[in-house]
Design a protein around this ligand. Structure first.
Ligand SMILES: O=C(O)CCC(=O)C(=O)O
Ligand SMILES: [Fe+2]
Length: 485
């Protein structure tokens, strides 16, 4: 990764790691050897709902196969760069070694080695939606005798795959489904395993080992060493929480596909990896992915009139290969995300801000905003495609698409309002009428109202409206379907 510090590693100020580390007490530690199965499933379901993350012990993966892959990974990354480059991935051979991965277009401070669990793995030949051609991915292994890395990886892959199916069965039960409900999706799986090496970093306050992201697959099973560095965005308040290493445990997290299959009963949670200047760190995620031909959509059992499907179906193979191609280098555009498939008939959500969260916006924007005359208001409404709806009464200065840091504030809320004064009842009335009409016309996916109580920026938190006045009652007559979270 070179000795000099490439500016490509530098995170925007609002995404840099914080010097104070919050360690999680609450991330559940679940013993898989306990029964009865329904109790275990309930424990897992609670963890998925509350955290999207949990750790498991007594999971059935042998300590020996884990020790072997960890030591083979250490040994591989310690080899001379030119040897590692012999199994380097490129745009054709997408598996193997590389050290230039970008997450959200910022380079990660790490080097990795990827291999698939099924060799070959079948995937679409191109990302063109109309092209039905299929191609194969093959693993690349270092030319070594005996094949220490290859054997350790293959053995570990087989064991962790079994664990992943067991976990999917427990998740199915926790959602009230048959235990084997998900099994067929993984018959021709596209799962892969990544060996991660995070070398000591001279500027750990500027860079991240992996930038904030959600895992795109169904489920991730992560082995981390005793150094620590994984941080999870706590659902209840958006704080970054460090996942403390537990010997022999695996960290499990729900991926985007479970979020879609469960119609958002379980959500995929953002996480990132901090690096440090003293100790290198190793981790091994197993990404459980379905067959490439899987059309990912909310399961019928998870939807009804009250819970319409929140996503349109998307083809996993096309999604996955688009992602794989784009993580490879820095792009000018945002990567493909599940919210690009979100249905627009979800109910509006109203959000109110409480705390000052200036750190979520970059400094130039903060300056622009804090220099604004106090009485001036700005409102933005965005739909799924980031079309901007101007609210003519609100003195919109200039419509622009939201930046990602303004958008990814809570779950998939993609609409943000910015304002710096209390709304008068009249404005509220007009505003609600617009919301209601937009909602009825199904033009708005989510709507978030965000306002600032003191100077600064707010992080939206759910706001429950009590129908305090005749006005609200009136609105509920006009729009009986309007749900307010
Ligand atoms: O290294 C870790 O702890 C997590 C890595 C990760 O989140 C990923 O590779 O998706
Ligand atoms: Fe991840």
């Amino acid at each position: 990764m070179g000795t000099e510090f490439d500016p490509a590693f530098i995170q925007a100020p609002e995404h840099r790691p914080k010097p104070t580390i919050l360690e999680a007490q609450g991330i559940p530690l679940i013993d898989l050897s306990t029964g009865p199965i329904d109790d275990l499933a309930k424990e897992i379901g609670d963890a998925c709902r509350k955290w999207g993350f949990f750790q498991v012990i007594n999971h059935g993966v042998s300590p020996e196969s884990r020790r072997k892959i960890e030591s083979a990974a250490r040994e591989f990354f310690a080899r001379p760069q030119e040897e590692k480059m012999r199994v380097k991935r490129d745009e054709v051979r997408v598996l193997g070694y590389y050290d230039t991965e970008h997450t959200k277009n910022v380079r990660d401070w790490k080097e990795v080695f990827d291999f698939v669990v099924e060799d070959p793995t079948f995937v679409p030949a191109t990302i063109d939606p109309d092209d039905q051609k299929v191609t194969t991915w093959h693993n690349q292994w270092p030319d070594q005798n005996p094949h220490v890395l290859r054997e350790a990886c293959e053995e570990y892959g087989r064991e962790v795959e079994k664990l992943s199916i067991k976990l999917m069965e427990l998740i199915a039960i926790s959602l009230g489904l048959e235990a084997n409900r998900f099994n067929d999706f993984f018959k021709d799986q596209t799962s892969f395993i990544r060996l991660n090496h995070y070398p000591p970093c001279p500027n750990p306050h500027l860079a991240l080992g992996v930038g904030r992201h959600k895992d795109a697959g169904a489920l991730t099973i992560l082995a981390q060493d005793d150094v620590g560095g994984l941080e999870v965005k706590r659902k209840s308040d958006g704080e970054w929480i460090r996942v403390k290493p537990t010997p022999h445990a695996f960290i499990i997290n729900v991926g985007d596909i479970i979020q879609v299959w469960s119609n958002e009963r379980y959500e995929s949670v953002e996480h990132r990896v901090m690096v440090n200047s003293e100790r290198e760190r190793f981790s091994i995620p197993f990404f459980l992915n379905p067959a490439h031909y899987t059309m990912v959509k909310p399961l019928e059992e998870m939807t009804d009139d009250q819970n319409p499907p929140k996503y349109k179906a998307y083809n996993w193979g096309k999604f996955f290969t688009t992602r794989k191609g784009s993580n490879f280098r820095k792009l000018d555009v945002e990567n493909i995300q599940i919210y690009h498939f979100k249905n627009k008939n979800a109910h509006p959500i109203v959000v109110k801000t409480k705390k000052n969260r200036m750190d979520q916006l970059d400094s130039s924007y903060k300056r622009e905003v804090s220099s604004r005359p106090r009485k001036q208001s700005i409102y933005y409404l965005f739909d799924d495609n980031f079309t901007v709806f101007n609210l003519p009464f609100a003195g919109v200065e200039q419509a622009r698409p939201p930046r990602e840091d303004e958008v990814a504030v809570r779950g998939d809320i993609k609409v943000q309002e910015i304002e710096d004064q209390e709304l008068s009842p009249v404005i509220w009335f007009i505003f609600w009428r617009i919301l209601v009409v937009s909602h009825l016309l199904k033009r708005l996916d989510h709507c978030v109202v965000c306002w600032i109580e003191e100077e600064g920026y707010g992080k939206p938190i759910p706001f429950r409206i009590h129908y305090r006045s005749v006005l609200w009652t009136l609105i509920s007559f006009i729009a009986p379907n309007l749900h307010i979270n």
